[in-house]
Ligand binder design. Structure first.
Ligand SMILES: [Fe+2]
Length: 91
């Protein structure tokens, strides 16, 4: 996780346009959510395999939250793409 966030800091260093910065931040947030989905999915499958009922319920709930967060971020894509296009045309 630290590597994912430090990657974002490094990429933002050279980006000046606010719209482009928003896109970089969003892309990294989606990347983090996808990472979390992968990790929680694995943990959930393991908990189910080991018949860990309570843990499975909790992990399933967390996984649903992570998936909702990823969908929410992805829903912003069209707006950010429009802003980036408008920003690019001003040059
Ligand atoms: Fe998350």
């Amino acid at each position: 996780m630290r590597g994912l966030t430090s990657g974002m800091d490094a990429r933002l260093g050279g980006v000046r346009a606010p719209q482009a910065r928003d896109l970089v931040i969003m892309a990294h947030c989606v990347r983090i959510e996808r990472y979390e989905i992968t990790v929680y999915s694995l943990a959930l499958r393991l908990a189910r395999k080991l018949d860990m009922g309570h843990e499975s319920v909790v992990l399933d709930w967390i996984l649903a939250q992570e998936m909702a967060a990823a969908r929410g971020l992805e829903a912003l894509e069209p707006v950010l793409f429009q802003l980036a296009e408008k920003g690019g045309r001003k040059k």
